[in-house]
Design a protein around this ligand. Structure first.
Ligand code: ADP
Ligand code: MG
Length: 696
């Protein structure tokens, strides 16, 4: 047995550990509670807690923490020790069922979007038994949901779990119509491919912009970028390979199924992809993966950058969200299948997804909207901000055949008359389109608009909810049908016909597509400041409340938090840029000019007829550009001060988007120009060449 096989999951309180350590009856009761989504009875919780504590302390744990994902998107934790002192001066380790199930962190400083007055600081964390507890840094981590005293969700996990229930409920209803009476639950499955950069820590530490904002706010492109495409899938450098090995081992110990690793398109960029899991586990595991990447990078002398666009001029980092639905009997509902019945069922789910993505394209768009992702979407390295679906030629033909009442063109596709009267077709696995925001890839959809930094819960909450909504409408109609086959055929034909505008198999990076998309009436929302406020559109609130995913209040508070986050991000960038330009770049330029002026003066003083016109011209240009820099700093300061004082949050976001960002860009442009004309020894911060190409 390979060592990794032995250590896989060794730091997670997995089902296999529970089975081994819990009394049979407790294990059974616990599993039943999981499966039926019921609360865990107190006496069972006590037994589980005690077994968990014994297991964790054997792993060296002295503390436990309720681990949760507040709306900032970063994980949070507060540690308590297991210590319980005795009157005789000794102590024992204790952990009760109550402590396992519920925690009450002082949560007044987490964003609640006005959900919780500061005097009511109480927030509760509640054990999520569907995600395994684990040991890290001598602490037992218990994945939990986080909500307020009055029951509103204050985190990302709670609505994700609610949305998984919603889509499960509706999918089970639809499956019943296909005779799948034995299916009790359908699970949304997700595999998140994570891109990241590794750069030398030494360089990182010298760049305030990277440290404070996660991206470079200045930097002339290196002479070489990614044009030779020599990094993509290239041989791994030894140091990178050592990092990846270390990362894999740490992920595997926690039971995170890391599978693929390779170099990405941009220099110093890499990717790590796991085997898919339930959306909930995938979300928890992706958060842990990002955290471990940063930590392990440090050990190897690297800084791991997870920002969506750390460097201008080369690709940023994304996160592909592979999504599907799977029954508790193990059937992947997006696997086209071999026989007509399965095909009909597949086409029904496909139709629901196509309709959902078309009707709720704006929701999907805003689920990936952040200040950082604005640099990627539509920049010819990531899909455009217009949502569309790629189906591949073969599947598109099947869909068109349905609309046009004809046979599919493919001779292998047999039009079977019978239970379903729907075409049978072989699965297409060869077609690949990397430019589509939402692509069918054989047996799953790949949502490609996510930025690398994002908590994947957000987009998956949306996907689950919008698909639940369409499945609900389908079930309503089909349940009432007198002749199921005919009704289904009519429903599919109608649905594909209504929503075919969202299907686009061509090149999503092509400008012609944007024109075509506009003609088709597809929404194109270019930036986060404009996208986010749509979260609270009436139709969106209607489906969220109908499916029990968000209450009206929760939607409003979340919208505010997302916009606030946008505003704060851009504000920090502006202040950081001002700081660097003012305190580092400007003085460096003046210093160089002084040296240059001294040189010119010296040469002229020699009185041997040295021609100093070129140097003098150069000095003048350098000085003029530096004056422009000084003005640009003032201009940015001006619009930043103006934006800070706008009181209405949506107006404020607009102010940052339309005034602060352009001023920031102008400042950068001038500084980057100066970088070209200033000797390396005077330039105060590591350059793109240093950062992207010099790590060994
Ligand atoms: P591709 O070549 O299309 O990127 P891969 O097989 O490499 O496909 O898978 C990419 C990601 O998709 C992996 O994380 C994988 O686990 C995930 N994936 C595969 N099948 C499913 C599924 N049914 N549901 C969700 N994710 C899936
Ligand atoms: Mg992929």
């Amino acid at each position: 047995m390979a060592l990794a096989e032995k250590t896989y999951g060794s730091k997670a309180f997995t089902e296999s550990v529970m089975k081994e350590r819990l009394p049979k009856s407790t294990f059974k009761a616990l599993k039943k509670a999981f499966e039926e989504n019921k609360p865990i009875p107190a006496e069972i919780a006590d037994i589980v807690a005690s077994a968990m504590k014994d297991w964790a302390t054997e792993q060296g744990a002295t503390h436990y923490t309720h681990w949760f994902q507040p709306m900032t998107g970063i994980t949070a934790e507060k540690h308590d020790s297991f210590i319980s002192p005795n009157p005789d001066g000794t102590a024992i380790f204790e952990f009760s069922g109550k402590e396992l199930i519920k925690g009450e962190p002082d949560a007044s400083s987490f964003p609640s979007g006005g959900l919780r007055a500061t005097f009511e600081a109480r927030g509760y964390t509640v054990w999520d038994p569907t995600s395994y507890a684990f040991v890290k840094d001598d602490t037992l981590y218990i994945p939990t949901a986080f909500y307020s005293y009055s029951g509103e969700a204050l985190d990302k996990k709670t609505p994700l779990l609610r949305s998984m229930d919603a889509v499960s409920k509706q999918a089970v209803r639809v499956l019943k119509l296909f005779g799948k009476d034995d299916v009790n639950k359908v699970v949304a499955t997700v595999g998140a491919e994570q891109e990241y950069f590794l750069i030398d820590r030494e360089h990182y530490a010298k760049r305030k912009d990277l440290v404070l904002t996660g991206r470079t706010l200045f930097g002339q492109s290196a002479p070489k970028g990614q044009e030779l495409e020599d990094h993509y899938f290239g041989t791994l450098k030894q140091r990178v390979s050592d990092f990846m090995k270390d990362l894999d081992n740490s992920l595997w110990e926690l039971g995170i199924p890391s599978k693929t690793k390779h170099n990405e398109v941009a220099p110093s960029q890499h990717e790590c992809a796991p085997v898919f899991e339930s959306a909930n586990l995938a979300a928890d595991h992706n958060q842990l993966t990002m955290e471990l990447m940063k930590k392990i990078a440090k050990k190897h002398g690297y800084a791991c950058l997870l920002h969506e666009k750390p460097f201008a001029g080369v690709n940023g980092s994304g996160k592909h969200d592979n999504w599907s639905l799977s029954t508790d009997k193990g059937q992947n509902l997006l696997d086209p299948g071999k026989n007509p019945i399965d095909n009909a069922q597949f086409l029904t789910f496909l139709a629901a997804i196509v309709a959902a993505v078309d009707d709720y394209a704006v929701l999907l768009r805003l689920s990936v909207a952040t200040a950082g992702n604005d640099h990627r979407l539509g920049a010819n390295e990531a899909p455009p901000a217009v949502v569309s679906i790629f189906l591949g030629e073969e599947l598109l033909d099947v869909v068109e055949a349905l609309i046009e009442d004809r046979d599919p063109l493919d001779k292998n596709s047999v039009f079977k008359v019978g239970v379903s009267s729907l075409p049978s077709f072989p699965k297409d696995t060869t077609d690949r389109n990397r430019t589509s925001p939402f692509a069918f890839t054989g047996n799953k959809f790949e949502f490609r608009m996510l930025g690398s930094n994002l908590n994947i819960a957000g987009p998956n909450i949306i996907l689950n909810t919008i698909v639940a909504e369409k499945l609900d409408i389908f079930a309503e109609r089909l349940e009432k049908a007198e002749a199921f086959d005919e009704e289904l055929k009519a429903l599919l034909k109608e649905t594909f016909n209504t929503h075919k505008r969202i299907i686009f198999n061509g090149n999503g990076y092509d400008d012609n597509w944007l024109e075509e998309a506009a003609k088709r009436g597809l929404p194109n929302i270019p930036n986060a400041a404009e996208a986010i406020p749509h979260f609270k559109d009436a139709e969106n609130i209607r489906i969220f409340t109908k499916h029990g995913v968000f209450s009206d209040i929760e939607v409003h508070s979340r919208t505010d938090i997302l916009i606030e986050n946008y505003v704060r991000t851009v504000n920090i960038e502006a202040l950081t840029a001002i700081d660097i330009a003012q305190k580092e770049i400007l003085p460096a330029c003046r210093k160089y000019q002084l040296e240059l002026a001294k040189l010119i003066k010296l040469k002229r003083g020699l009185d041997i007829g040295i021609d100093t016109t070129i140097e003098a011209d150069f000095l003048r240009t350098h000085s003029e550009e530096t004056d422009k820099l000084a003005k640009a700093i003032c201009a940015l300061t001006g619009v930043q001060v103006e934006a800070v004082s706008v009181t209405e949050i949506e107006e404020q976001a607009k102010s940052y988007q339309t005034k602060v960002i352009p001023a920031l860009n102008l400042l950068r442009e001038i500084a980057d120009g100066l970088e070209c004309y200033t000797p390396a020894e005077y330039w105060p911060i590591p350059t793109y060449t240093d950062i992207l190409f010099s790590a060994k």
